[in-house]
Ligand binder design. Structure first.
Ligand code: FEO
Length: 387
């Protein structure tokens, strides 16, 4: 596992104890914090790992060093899941130098009280670091995922060290029956989604390089069929439709809104919709629902009027979409309200500034329970969503 090329080894760790990644994302299959070491005339270590695994990471490194000492610690990203062991590393190897962006050194002082003014190289776009036969080229990657991020290209082995990009949820020793894209998509839209334009700009720079291997900071090392991953990242960073289909996201208090949703889903399937995904926002992982909204071409939102507003899970969902730059989709609305239904109007208002979105003209208005008239409205909405 540890050997990636003759000179490059994996020294990262798997985390099966974490409940919420970054304090909000469930990770039922755990998480990997990747780190790498490049063994040349000079030795460079690529990032550290989460603080709870510092000892294990330093042991992994020692095994690969075989009594040599590292010359450089390349810090591509200052988020603590990668930077937490900088101090321990610098104390253990007092001759080592940190290579990172100017912004990262400011963050280093803020996080760990030291910006290493006498032990550092500032890496900007185009900076090179010669290790011997390997030359590292640094690429500025602001907002993928923080402003200080750099990526690194190793010319000799044609490896892109891609920081958080091309990462996914899940430990490297966990089962992955759904395949890379499932948890990579949830990860991308949750963590980077808002900054599609910046991610697209970095992707364009990367596409000019001859890349044979992608080494991200989370998830598997990508060595085969790289076009598949690059194409998906092109789709995601441009907010393009990945899969034709309709996702229905709903909340329901007593089951009446849910009944309307099931009717709509059945009608859409009967009319030949290639994929209908149905999510109960109160009972599903919110990040999965957000992922589906970015994945599919159309969305239907169904909720109740609540406290003269909309049901809280729906408000959170819509606000998360808006905050992440969601755009370019057709939207259908179903509202329920026993005395003063205003949910459709409120949902429309929340979404109206999303770029390139179109609302279906047919709206379903339920006044408590689903009526025959509602069935006709649902049919009309289904027809319009299929157009
Ligand atoms: Fe994996 Fe943005 O840290």
């Amino acid at each position: 596992m540890s050997k990636i090329t003759n000179d490059i080894r994996y020294i990262g760790v798997n985390d099966h104890e974490l409940d919420l990644f970054e304090g909000q994302y469930i990770v039922p299959e755990g998480m990997a914090y990747n780190s790498y070491v490049i063994l040349d005339e000079k030795i460079a270590v690529m990032d550290s790992v989460d603080r709870r695994f510092g000892d294990q990471w330093l042991q992994n490194l020692e095994l690969e060093l075989q009594n040599r000492k590292p010359d450089y610690l390349v810090v591509q990203h200052m988020e603590p899941d990668h930077s937490a062991n900088i101090t321990a590393f610098m104390e253990k190897y007092p001759a080592a130098i940190i290579v990172s962006s100017a912004k990262a050194f400011t963050m280093m002082k803020n996080f760990y009280g030291n910006e290493y003014t006498d032990r550092r190289i500032i890496a900007a776009e185009g900076t090179e670091l010669v290790l011997g036969t390997h030359t590292l080229h640094f690429i500025a990657a602001p907002m993928v995922h923080w402003p200080e991020v750099i990526m690194t290209y190793d010319e000799k082995d044609r490896i892109l060290f891609s920081a958080d990009a091309f990462g996914k949820f899940g430990a490297l020793d966990a089962e992955d029956p759904e395949g890379w894209a499932c948890e990579a998509r949830r990860y991308y839209f949750g963590i980077v989604g808002k900054y599609g334009a910046q991610a697209q700009a970095v992707l364009k720079k990367a596409l000019k390089l001859d890349i044979r291997v992608i080494c991200p900071l989370h998830g598997p090392i990508l060595q085969e069929n790289l076009g598949y991953y690059l194409d998906l990242y092109n789709t995601w960073t441009t907010y393009s439709v990945e899969s034709e289909g309709i996702v229905i996201c709903y909340t329901s208090v007593y089951g009446n809104t849910e009944k309307a949703v099931q009717m709509l889903a059945d009608m859409l399937k009967a009319k030949g919709c290639p994929k209908v995904a149905v999510n109960d926002l109160a009972r599903s992982d919110m990040a999965e629902c957000v992922e589906d909204a970015f994945r599919y071409s159309k969305i239907v939102l169904a909720t109740t009027t609540y406290n003269a507003d909309i049901f809280p899970f729906m408000r959170t969902f819509i606000e998360t979409l808006v905050e992440h730059g969601w755009r370019g989709r057709k939207i259908g609305l179903i509202e329920n309200g026993s005395w003063a239904p205003t949910a459709a109007k409120i949902m429309k208002g929340l979404l109206e500034n999303c770029k390139d979105t179109v609302f279906a003209e047919s709206t379903v208005k339920i006044l408590s329970a689903v009526t025959e008239e509602n069935k006709n409205q649902i049919e009309a909405l289904a027809d319009e969503m299929m157009q």
